[in-house]
Design a protein around this ligand. Structure first.
Ligand code: GLA
Ligand code: ZN
Length: 669
């Protein structure tokens, strides 16, 4: 259970009553509408620092006390935010070093949000003070559900304090300058340093330092997050979280997970035409990752009940799409779906961002009615709270590989590199076969899985190769793609060839001699099981060293050479995909591999346009989620009699999904 003794699927959102203190009646009206919308949980105080501490040490808690009381009376819970995301003007004025310094050495002015220096002593101290005040006051309030620490942490700062911390970080990591210089291959362009203070944080000409900088930025934020938690923990033991941003590129979220009592995420798909299947797979990937991070249900903390105003095409959701989006989260392991935000503010950059209550202030809008109807149905799902997922297939998503590959001056710009998109596409092909999936990083335990997929695991952290070998020898099936195992943890290429130097070549039974960067005009194909599939962007030249060729290239001077290889090892096998293909190949390839590896879909016999997810409750029942990815109705025959719990229906062997719709079935064996 995310909130102790609160056996409900959480439903609600960011609530900013402090924007409405001068508009009489609004908060009363909010609480009436919250009932109508079947909402039970809200996040408050996220951007309220200057409304709570109007000047240094002058606190005004009255308005927040009132919200707590109202929630207590009506049985609602609050995630109380620590307000560090947005510092008051007085703070920046009195402690200017709370503002960040950019790459050019220019200190930012006060304004905007989520832009403070995490090393600034003044800022840290004031955050500690306000967090302690909040914790002291509300720790034992019955409406407190948990702590929403800060908001969407991110960013980097180049001030003197941060530079010093970076140098300390490097000193700790490398011990000696000699080690640092070697790791940095520093004879290249004469970049040897003779003192730590010479290291430039933003010098992206040394690949190891660039990688270390991103590691450092994560470490600094995680340290700040811990400091915020510690302040709250002096008074309160309620669960803590911080809202993550899915696959946000510059933070290694695996490092945040251990500090959280539950994971929460902000998720804003847009469902543009023609993109439904990819978008649904990509949000499922992040949900699966968030379930996997702590091996238990997470919370979709923010989503948009309308459409985010910053979307390129702020398309209104078509009937069905909203519920399907919410049920995608629940089916993949969420125990709650919440919105940004409850009520639209009247000004500033989010005034047109979809919210449950619009500027009309009524319950008459399409958005409100959808939310209310969804909220009502959610009350049928209390049996889902805490239900588990038991995936036997995992996709590795390791930020350091993204950083290392992104950093390398190789093989085209990010348009071509497409590290994240590659991970999504491999996940997507597996997801298209309706299997339960985990998304892990390379430091997690592999032994729970039968099948492990490494999309472009470019960087091998220490020990990973040995653990992969172990996984295979014990009977696992391992799939790696092009650009796997090119560099070690310092972004240094492996000596002795790819993948992964001598030990990696032995594991995969191949030598990857080089990669061919393909132009849009290049023609290359893979010939697999008698069919030809197009290849784009990358094709590697592979040599067999113990593996067998499972597919060959169809064109150009390396036609007939291996494109996909397979080696049996111990009780398992290792497959290497040497080229980037489209979805058609990936769908076919994983379809056959899943059968071979003995991975079963959660439901069989579904129409092509329907996907399924499953969660298993402690009372022995399974919840099956069905998603219609098309704008046409889809009848689905079920392999057993199930109850259409979502629509309050009877036990049945057949359900019909509305266009773009979804449903939840309960199966009690
Ligand atoms: C983020 C923030 C919210 C809000 C939404 C708008 O997720 O956390 O405060 O700005 O974006 O989409
Ligand atoms: Zn700084």
């Amino acid at each position: 259970m995310i909130i102790r003794n609160f056996n409900h699927i959480l439903h609600g959102g960011d609530y900013n009553p402090d924007q409405w203190l001068h508009t009489p009646g609004t908060i009363d009206r909010d609480f009436e509408l919250m009932e109508k919308a079947h909402c039970n949980t809200f996040s408050v105080g996220i951007f309220s620092w200057s409304q709570l501490e109007v000047e240094p040490d002058r606190f005004e808690f009255g308005w927040l006390d009132d919200i707590f009381e109202r929630c207590e009376k009506t049985g609602k819970k609050l995630f109380l935010a620590t307000p560090s995301a947005s510092k008051p003007a007085w703070l920046a004025q009195r402690w200017p070093d709370s503002c960040r310094v950019d790459r050019a050495g220019v200190r930012d002015r006060w304004g905007a949000r989520q832009n403070s220096c995490f090393s600034s002593p003044g800022y840290r101290e004031r955050v500690r003070i306000v967090n302690r005040k909040l914790a002291e006051r509300y720790a034992h309030h019955p409406a407190l559900g948990g702590w929403h620490i800060s908001n969407e942490y991110h960013g980097e700062c180049g001030c003197e304090l941060c530079r010093h911390r970076f140098h300390d970080f490097l000193r700790k990591r490398y011990g000696t300058l000699e080690n640092f210089n070697q790791a940095n291959w520093s004879a290249f362009w004469g970049h040897a340093i003779t003192d730590w203070s010479q290291v430039e944080p933003f010098d992206y000409s040394t690949d190891a330092t660039a990688l270390d900088w991103w590691r450092f930025c994560t470490e600094v934020i995680v340290d700040f997050f811990q400091m915020e938690i510690d302040a709250v923990r002096e008074f309160s033991d309620a669960p803590v979280t911080t809202n993550l941003m899915g696959l946000f590129p510059t933070l290694d979220y695996w490092k945040f997970a251990p500090l959280c009592d539950f994971i929460s995420d902000d998720c804003y798909p847009t469902w543009l035409d023609g993109d439904t299947e990819r978008e649904a797979a990509s949000v499922s990937l992040r949900h699966d990752m968030h379930y996997t991070m702590l091996g238990k249900p997470f919370l979709m903390m923010e989503s948009c009940p309308g459409i985010p105003n910053y979307a390129r095409y702020p398309k209104l959701r078509r009937p069905g799409e909203f519920e399907r989006e919410m049920l995608l989260a629940l089916g993949h392991g969420a125990d709650g779906t919440m919105y940004f935000q409850w009520r639209k503010g009247r000004n500033n950059c989010e005034k047109f961002h979809g919210a449950v209550v619009g500027h009309d202030g009524t319950d008459q809008t399409l958005t409100f009615r959808r939310v209310a109807s969804y909220g009502e149905k959610l009350e049928r799902l209390s049996g889902l709270v805490g239900a588990e997922k038991k995936p036997v297939t995992a996709v590795i998503y390791d930020w350091e590989s993204n950083w290392a590959f992104g950093q390398c001056n190789a093989a085209g710009g990010n348009q071509v590199k497409q590290w994240e998109a590659t991970a999504i596409n491999h996940y997507r092909a597996l997801w298209n076969h309706n299997i339960d999936l985990a998304v892990i990083d390379s430091e997690q335990d592999f032994s729970h899985y039968k099948l492990l997929v490494l999309p472009m695991l470019f960087l091998f952290k220490p020990g990973v190769l040995e653990r992969l070998r172990d996984f295979v020898e014990q009977g696992g099936t391992l799939v790696a793609t092009y650009f796997t195992g090119y560099v070690d943890e310092n972004n240094n290429c492996f000596s002795g060839g790819n993948p992964g130097g001598a030990a990696g070549r032995e594991l995969f039974g191949i030598w990857n001699e080089d990669f061919d960067g393909l132009q849009p005009t290049s023609r290359q194909t893979i010939v697999w099981n008698g069919r030809r599939y197009p290849v784009e962007d990358y094709a590697e030249l592979l040599h067999l060293e113990g593996a067998e060729s499972e597919a060959t290239y169809g064109d150009d001077f390396y036609a007939g050479t291996p494109a996909v290889t397979r080696r049996k090892l111990g009780k398992g096998c290792v497959v290497y995909l040497g080229a980037r293909t489209g979805m058609e190949f990936l769908n076919d390839f994983y379809g056959s591999l899943l059968k071979e590896a003995g991975v079963e879909p959660v439901l069989t016999g579904l129409p092509d346009a329907v996907r399924a997810a499953r969660r298993s409750a402690s009372d022995g029942s399974d919840y099956y989620f069905l998603y219609n990815l098309t704008g046409t109705e889809q009848p689905v025959n079920l392999p057993a009699t199930m109850t259409d719990i979502w629509n309050g229906g009877e036990a049945t062997r057949c359900v019909t999904l509305p266009p773009n719709g979804a449903t939840v079935l309960q199966f009690k064996p």
